[in-house]
Design a protein around this ligand. Structure first.
Ligand SMILES: O=C([O-])CC(=O)C(=O)O
Ligand SMILES: [Mg+2]
Length: 233
């Protein structure tokens, strides 16, 4: 087997209804339903002028050779509407993985739903004005090599989180989370409930009816000492 140099053409996909269901739920709410884990490191942040408040799609994973975009080009051939290309770059920050030409191709020709890179991009002046959601760690004029090897649609790690092909990727202005596809249905039901309860808390925070008793209760439970005095040096 050509481990490290192979392309899997098939992915197990979650149902369209489940994927679409996440479209109106903030990443923070969904993340809370996963015990507050599965959020990518905030170093990976939005670079374009995405018009969609919430980006949602299904992962086409790329394990790139650091600083090399041959397999990203190939992933763009395989991906289309509803897909998000998500790329592990083994932490390399020296070379841009894509630029204006590739991002324009992804947006206009392939209608890909989003691009996520564990590394920098370039041609930021143009990409910062484009509508396709593009998440990356920064930008540099340094260009990518096009040699491989690499892998497509294998498990990857990005921003401290594992991603399998077909997992749901959710992004908004806060950042990105990964929703494991086999947990997606149950999670969607929980996230809808949590989102409604969060909205009620925001309302209470605004109209003066917030109940903060839990703070006192937790401090007592944690044996916190409350001192009726100044801090003296
Ligand atoms: O040269 C490259 O591979 C990336 C690039 O700048 C572009 O897509 O515009
Ligand atoms: Mg360019």
């Amino acid at each position: 087997m050509a481990i490290g140099n192979r392309v899997f053409l098939k992915r197990e996909l979650p149902s369209k209804e489940i994927v679409e269901g996440f479209k109106s739920i903030p990443t923070a709410n969904v993340c809370d339903c996963m015990n507050r884990v599965y959020a990518l490191n905030p170093e990976i942040r939005i670079m374009s002028s995405s018009k969609t408040d919430i980006m949602v799609g299904v992962a086409v994973t790329v394990k790139a050779r650091p600083g090399d975009n041959l397999f990203i080009h190939k992933a763009m051939e395989l991906a289309g509407e509803g897909d998000i290309i998500i790329v592990s770059n083994e932490g390399d920050r020296s070379r841009a993985l894509v630029g204006e030409i590739m991002v324009a191709y992804a947006q206009y020709t392939k209608k890909i739903s989003g691009l996520v890179f564990d590394g920098p991009i370039r041609d930021i002046d143009a990409i910062s004005k484009m509508e396709i959601p593009v998440y990356a760690t920064g930008h540099t004029p340094g260009g990518p090599f096009k040699e491989g090897p690499g892998e497509i649609n294998v498990p990857i790690a990005i921003g401290g989180v594992p991603v399998n092909p077909g997992d749901i990727i959710l992004g908004d202005k806060d950042g990105l989370i990964v929703i494991p596809k086999n947990d997606a249905q149950k999670l969607l039901e929980e996230a809808i409930k949590l989102s409604a309860s969060d909205s009620a808390k925001v309302e209470a925070a605004k109209n003066g009816t917030a109940n903060k008793q839990w703070v006192e209760d937790t401090l007592i439970k944690k044996n916190c000492e409350i001192v009726e005095d100044y801090y003296r040096v």
